[in-house]
Design a protein around this ligand. Structure first.
Ligand SMILES: [Mn+2]
Length: 333
């Protein structure tokens, strides 16, 4: 029997007592975050609770079961008794959602990022040893008395596939595969899920990927690869949110490269940074040093900074130089 002090049971206890529940993730959510929100919404609605999801959904995730019913961030008005942040922390919520969070009586966190701080919530369920937030939910189903159907299994499998890069990243464990096997038995189309969540691109995204890879530069004696997506490139090629997923991974998977950075200009004069590591460099520490709201995992991290693209690149190179000897030599070689 699980102890009632277990965070996933305390969270459910709080949610069952709540009147209106809003589930959300960081602004510009990834596959794990959206799938975790939709999965928890299905579980809560299955218990007769009033639960909704708020997110601006990139095209890549619009096929997910239940995605059509997601509220856009701008549609969120105050009046939620519980707001739960999944797969990321409260510091990166979109503005209307952040206001709803601050006014809610119950403030929940469900996350697996080691860099997430647990202050500012009434309920915290944080498990950095688990590969994905969807994996946390999959592991809690039995204790919650929730039943698995094909729709729920599709969501949980999609989040796990997304966060493990198709079971290839170092966060994948034997237990990840055991859970995936249990989800496969529910009759999901795992090939379709993996193709859509990881591989599929729009023609505009293919063109952007080609140009970013072709113009990427290697620094630090070739061990660090920098990809740049300036606004000009994005506008010329018609890039929309969701088109640039996976490019940071492609950059790091080159012979001799141990760290990659993808720098994406945003229309609000900020830069979105995606960092990947294949070696000993902890890129979540680099992201946190870049900006306090940055962070993630040791091998995959991100940040949003109010600097120019060139300034961001130079600052990141300074930080990488400081973590030597993992990174050799001069940033300009
Ligand atoms: Mn995640």
């Amino acid at each position: 029997m699980p102890a009632t002090t277990d965070p996933h049971l305390q969270l459910m206890e709080g949610l069952v007592a709540a009147r209106r529940i809003l589930l959300t993730g960081p602004d510009a959510p990834d596959g794990d975050s959206l799938c975790a929100c939709l999965a928890l919404r299905q579980i809560l609605r299955g218990r007769g609770l009033e639960a909704d999801v708020a997110a601006d959904v990139p095209w890549r995730y619009r096929w997910l079961p239940g995605a059509a019913g997601i509220l856009a961030n701008a549609q969120v008005t105050p009046g939620w008794s519980a707001v739960v942040v999944l797969d990321g922390d409260r510091h990166r919520l979109a503005k209307p959602v952040s206001e709803a969070f601050h006014q809610a009586t119950m403030k929940g966190l469900v996350d697996h990022h080691a860099t997430t701080r647990s202050d500012g919530y009434t309920h915290v369920w944080l498990q950095p040893t688990i590969e994905s937030t969807c994996g946390m939910i999959a592991r809690a189903l039995e204790d919650w008395g929730a039943s698995l159907d094909t729709e729920l299994a599709t969501l949980l499998y999609a989040g796990m596939v997304f966060d493990t890069g198709g079971f290839r990243y170092s966060n994948t464990t034997a237990h990840t595969h055991e859970l995936a096997a249990a989800l496969l038995r529910s009759g999901i189309r795992h090939d379709e899920i993996a193709a859509r969540i990881l591989a599929e691109r729009r023609p505009e995204g293919i063109a952007a990927m080609g140009e970013i890879l072709a113009t990427a530069q290697r620094r630090f004696e070739g061990t660090v690869c920098v990809g740049r997506a300036p606004l000009g490139l994005q506008r010329r090629l018609g890039v929309i949110p969701g088109d640039l997923e996976g490019i940071a991974d492609a950059l790091v998977h080159q012979v001799g490269v141990t760290v990659s950075m993808l720098l994406i200009d945003r229309p609000d004069s900020t830069v979105k940074v995606s960092l990947r590591s294949r070696g000993t460099v902890d890129v979540s520490a680099v992201a946190q040093q870049l900006v306090p709201t940055g962070g993630g995992h040791a091998k995959a991290a991100g940040a949003k900074v109010a600097m120019s693209l060139a300034e961001t690149e130079e600052r990141l190179c300074e930080l990488l130089a400081a973590v030597a000897p993992a990174i050799p030599g001069d940033p300009d070689v």
